[in-house]
Every structure is written in structure tokens, then in C-alpha cells.
Design a protein around this ligand. Structure first.
Ligand code: G3P
Ligand code: CA
Length: 261
């Protein structure tokens, strides 16, 4: 067995990753949520979700549709960026955030890219398949244009998207997200090696010691989501995970960093 040598992103793991920003306290995937993460010393990275608008701008939005997290309605892919900008993406959370809108990926990079790493989760829209390579190309272009080539990790449940990213830009850091339905019983190393990924991302209820051991014995880092309490974080730290995604990244910071000390 190879000794575990984590492929370092920057600081020493375990990393604290603000999932959709500090999304327990500020509306998810907004500039305000990412700014909150950047303002807390010790948070290593933000995670966000990307997809395309009608005019093929890379936007930061979790759902394929607009209505849960904005005043828009229906698939985001049906609206131009100019139209999307008019929707209020904060009031659903609290009226004080009514001025927040759905940002582009570049806007997020411009806001916090000099302070944080970014885990760009590329969302597949199973109901509207993008032309092969289009989403990957647009995402890579946004990362490059904004000078973020060395500060981004790409993740996805759609491992084919990550294979394409690697093909288009071999130096990319990629993380496969474990999909219980598709990936059941396959080990992290098997899944990661197929697409050249160096990170394995898994839900807390699905992660096992065997998976962590397998990943580490192949030099693959393990990130776990979504740990919103100190208790959950402490439990997963005993597994030896390398990164923790949390909606309350500021609250779990002390316990994670003291574990890594
Ligand atoms: O990458 C971990 C996590 O973000 C995946 O789930 O639904 O929160 O995007 P979701
Ligand atoms: Ca995500």
C-alpha cells in the first residue's frame, strides 16, 4: 500500500469549507454568503454550485429552477443573465438580504477569490442535457479569465463532466462526489482513478472507514458534507477526513482546526 500523501490545496488539512457560503446564516450562493465566509479567519474554502443561463453565462445557483431561492420561477436556463439579475435572491431567507441577487461565477471570484479557495460544484441538469463540453468549457473559461486557475477545485456528481475538465485542462484539481445510487459498492480509488480525481466527496451518512482507508491508501483526499454541528464534525474527524463542508463553517472552525493542530 502507498502511504497517504494528501494532494495539498494550500493550508494544512483538515480544511473547513463553507457550503454555499455561510448558508445557515446568510442566503446560500450569494455574494453576502461568500463574503461572510471570507471575513472569518480560518475558513479555507467556499463551495458553490454552477450551471448556465440562457445566454450561457456561468451562474451560481443550486437548483435547476429559480423559485426556492429567488423571486424567479422555472428553470434558470430559460432566462438570460440580465433577466436573472433582476430576481431577489435574499428575501426568501430574510428581508434584510433583499438586495442580494444570483451572482455569476466571475463575480464571486472577484469578491472573494483573493482570500479563499473555491470548490466549484458543476451541476448536471438531467432534464436539460447541455451540449457535450459546453458547461465544462464555460466554467474553465470563467476560472481562467478571473485568474483563479490555481485556487479552484472542480467537483461533481457527474463524473463524466470531471473527466472532460481533466481532458481540457489536465492540471485541474477535481473531486468526485459519491452518488449512492450510481456508485454503490464502488471504492473511492476505483471511481477517482477512472477520471483522474484527487479528492473524494461523500455525504456523512454514506462515508465508512473502509472508504477513507481506501482513498488514503491511494493518495486521495476525503471531504465530507454537510456537517452543521460540532458533534458531527468531531465524529467525522475521527474518521480522518481531510475536509469538512458545513453550512455553519464559522461554528465548527475551532474544533476542526484544533484537531489538525
Ligand atoms: O459537494 C457536496 C454537496 O455540495 C453536494 O450536495 O446538494 O448540497 O449540492 P448539494
Ligand atoms: Ca453543492
Amino acid at each position: 500500500m502507498k502511504p497517504y500523501q494528501p494532494k495539498p490545496l494550500h493550508n494544512k488539512p483538515p480544511y473547513v469549507i463553507a457550503h454555499r457560503g455561510v448558508s445557515a446564516k446568510v442566503p446560500e450562493n450569494t455574494l453576502a454568503s461568500f463574503e461572510r465566509a471570507a471575513s472569518v479567519s480560518g475558513i479555507d474554502m467556499i463551495e458553490l454550485d454552477v450551471r448556465l443561463s440562457k445566454d450561457e453565462e456561468v451562474i451560481v445557483l443550486h437548483d435547476r429552477t429559480l423559485q426556492r431561492t429567488s423571486t424567479g420561477n422555472g428553470p434558470a436556463r430559460n432566462y438570460s443573465m440580465e433577466e436573472i439579475r433582476r430576481f431577489d435572491a435574499g428575501s426568501w431567507f430574510h428581508p434584510v438580504f433583499s438586495h442580494q441577487c444570483i451572482p455569476t461565477l466571475c463575480e464571486v471570484f472577484q469578491q472573494v477569490g483573493d482570500r479563499l479557495w473555491v470548490d466549484v460544484e458543476i451541476k448536471s441538469d438531467w432534464l436539460h442535457r447541455e451540449p457535450p463540453g459546453l458547461l465544462e468549457e464555460k466554467v474553465l473559461d470563467a476560472v481562467h479569465r478571473c485568474g483563479m486557475d490555481d485556487r479552484v477545485m472542480f467537483s461533481s456528481f457527474d463524473h463524466q463532466l470531471l473527466a472532460t475538465i481533466k481532458k481540457m485542462k489536465p492540471s485541474s484539481v477535481t473531486g468526485i462526489s459519491y452518488n449512492f445510487s450510481y456508485d454503490f459498492s464502488r471504492l473511492p480509488s476505483t471511481l477517482a482513478e477512472r477520471v483522474g480525481a484527487s479528492v473524494f466527496v461523500c455525504a456523512k451518512r454514506e462515508l465508512t472507514h473502509r472508504m477513507v482507508d481506501d482513498a488514503h491508501s491511494h493518495g486521495i483526499a476525503v471531504y465530507v458534507y454537510t456537517l452543521n454541528s460540532v458533534h458531527d464534525a468531531q465524529r467525522m474527524l475521527t474518521y480522518g477526513v481531510d475536509g469538512i463542508l458545513s453550512n455553519n463553517a464559522d461554528d465548527i472552525l475551532d474544533v476542526v482546526k484544533s484537531h489538525g493542530a
